[in-house]
Design a protein. Sequence first.
Length: 448
Amino acid sequence: MRFFGFLNQSIFPILLVNFIGILGYSIVIPILIFIVIDLGGNGFIYGILGAMYPFFQLIGAPVLGKLSDRVGRKKVLIISQAGTFVAWSLFLLAFILPKINLWEATSGFTGNYIITLPLILIFVARIFDGFTGGNVSVANAYLSDISTDNNRDKNFGMMGASTSLGFVLGPAVAGVLASTFLEEALPIILAALISLIAIFVILFRLPESNPCVVDTGNLSFRSFRRFFQVEHKECHTGQSNESSNGFRDVLKIDGIPLLYAVYFLTFLAFSLFYAGLPIYASTLLEWSSIELGIFLAYSSAIMILVQGPLLSYLSGKVSSVSCIITGTVLLSLSFYLLSFSSIVIMYIAITFLSLGNGLMWPSFLSVLSKTGTQNLQGAIQGYGNSMGSFASIFGLVLGGVLFESIQTSMFIIGSVIFFLIFLLMVANHFKTNTVKSKTHQQSIEFTK
């Protein structure tokens, strides 16, 4: 019963918004590789397409994150979801356009591919969605606003569970819908409808969380200027949002450089996974979209159990740093096992990956949310999101190229990356405990 206690708390609306957003996003994952190949692309083009979203998110996320510190989280979440709805609408338009060949290329480095008109429009859709895609960082900032030190780990575990639940249902639904007479178009239609629903959930069910901004979000869109009006409460934090939320200022916060390094490395490793897995499944294993959807749904189901009941139980008993360290060990092992071309070993690997990710990532976000002040959380989360976006750009393109040459051996690179994160966290943990021990000893000697 403890796990379901959040249903009566203020955390539920943001969990619902996050779930809806992830559900819309994950629906396309098992079918995107098939869409790209059908429109003339290959693994290289799939990697480039995947990199478009994080590349433009790299630009948009910090802007939206800092904007949420100033005008409120709610309004920025509406902007982001509206951008997602427009992007899915453009994606749907690509199915209507004629498959006109614009150019084709043959290379030992990139493989053989054809760029068609619908494929170009899908690129445009991903670019637009990426630029307005600051919803993850703003949602994390929102959760940080409404969390306390007593429930922070549990709340971020719940956020992770809602993400995983979206990833469970999305791929499974996509696999079923893609087998209908509308094929891949039906999941995209559903994704567009889901993003539209999310806009109304945010508009009418999500209260503003920024304590210094008056909630003026329950307004119609008849007055665009009124919608973005900023009304501030009498709130004094001792810091100025306008002058201290630049990237250099955020980097000066104690602990941020290490956390941003972990953010970057984690996304780099996972971008290799998301670039390589669909190609691996569709080519070497010859899986259908349904089989890939089942595989991803199995992974997400495990993460729901870890991020929900397990992290809720561990909250207050085991430190976030310990969960991060344990999770990185499991992730390193899982990526190594993925390098073996065997379905049985793949399922063992994805089990370890799901356990590791379920422990590591929510715990990491909890630590990040406790760093810096509340009025900087939008900027901190936004720049962190940019670290992930920058890593994804590089990793998705690299993953597409590497799979063309070394295939499943590319996953060993991810294993090494997570082992490096493990070493960084252990070294920092040891350093922090040493400093605390010296400070405590000096305090005792001073008292004497």
